[in-house]
Design a protein around this ligand. Structure first.
Ligand SMILES: NC(=O)C1=CN([C@@H]2O[C@H](COP(=O)(O)OP(=O)(O)OC[C@H]3O[C@@H](n4cnc5c(N)ncnc54)[C@H](OP(=O)(O)O)[C@@H]3O)[C@@H](O)[C@H]2O)C=CC1
Length: 260
């Protein structure tokens, strides 16, 4: 099966890197937009080609991934004829199945996915909704696949991915603090990265829950417990939950200022 990708930016590049390095890579057609990345991918992999238009991608491929910015979805789909026998898989955060279907008069099958950059190394956990055998097979070649029971849970998982830059921002803030204490910035950053990579190893063990891992990294009355209580108390968790609720509300089109 030839896979098409419309919108060749950061996440599309990770997906193509992942797909093209599986044991039996299939053919991939890319849209011309995102020209630099698309051209680089076609040069990198013999199985990848750049098509002359978005429509050419749809015409050549049974399964088409939409990885354009959410704000471009309407313009992209209004400019396309997607026949009923195609499978359209949208990665656009916050664009519901209902919204997508409204823009697809020929009623192709429509799926939503949340791919993460780790698909590049075949270590992603990709969320797919609704369940769809072929889409699952594609993303199973890039790591694990999770199929929630409904779109509300899909939106909640999508909101959770909105914490990724905050998690990295926390590491950057710790490195900045170290620099403020006189450490060379490169030394500070290297140390913090090393700590985080160590955590990655702990996280890879599915036998220990997150709550157990928190305990594993704390001595009662010790310094880890001190810092966690100081800045991750109930009020901080409530602020985090409110921000995530806001992400879900935004994806449902609820204006921010109408939130309690
Ligand atoms: N980055 C991530 O980790 C994740 C992203 N997503 C979703 O994936 C989508 C893409 O995100 P990301 O890769 O980060 O964004 P980027 O901005 O890196 O890439 C978006 C690409 O879409 C292209 N594009 C814009 N308009 C059109 C159009 N009309 N036709 C064809 N291509 C178009 C842009 O082309 P040009 O460069 O020419 O403007 C650009 O190459 C978003 O909807 C996002 O919500 C979902 C999960 C994770």
């Amino acid at each position: 099966m030839r896979i098409g990708i419309i919108g060749v930016g950061a996440i599309a590049e990770a997906i193509v890197d992942g797909l093209a390095t599986t044991e039996q890579p299939g053919e991939i057609s890319l849209s011309p937009r995102g020209a630099r990345t698309a051209g680089a991918l076609a040069a990198r992999y013999g199985t990848v080609r750049v098509e002359p238009s978005n429509q050419a991608v749809v015409d050549r491929c049974e399964l088409v991934l939409l990885t354009v910015p959410p704000g471009a979805i309407t313009a992209v789909l209004e400019g396309l004829c997607v026949p009923a026998d195609r499978v359209l898989v949208s990665a656009a955060a916050g664009v519901s199945l209902a919204n997508l279907k409204q823009l697809l008069p020929n009623h192709p099958q429509v799926m939503r996915v949340i791919p993460l950059p780790a698909v590049r190394a075949h270590r992603g956990v990709t969320v797919i909704f609704p369940d769809h055998r072929t889409s699952k097979e594609v993303f199973a070649s890039l790591g694990e696949v999770l199929v929630p029971v409904d779109e509300d849970r899909f939106e909640a998982l999508s909101a959770a991915t909105a914490t990724l830059s905050s998690q990295l921002g926390l590491l950057a803030a710790i490195a900045d603090w170290l620099s403020g204490r006189g450490l060379e910035p490169a030394v500070a950053e290297g140390f913090v990265r090393g700590m985080a990579l160590g955590l990655g190893e702990s996280l890879a063990d599915p036998g220990r829950s997150l709550a157990v891992l928190v305990g594993d990294h704390e001595t009662p009355g010790g310094i880890n417990e001190l810092v966690r209580h100081a800045w991750l108390g109930p009020a901080d968790r409530a602020r985090l939950a409110a921000a995530l609720d806001q992400v879900v509300a935004r994806s449902r089109g609820v204006p921010h200022n109408s939130l309690g």
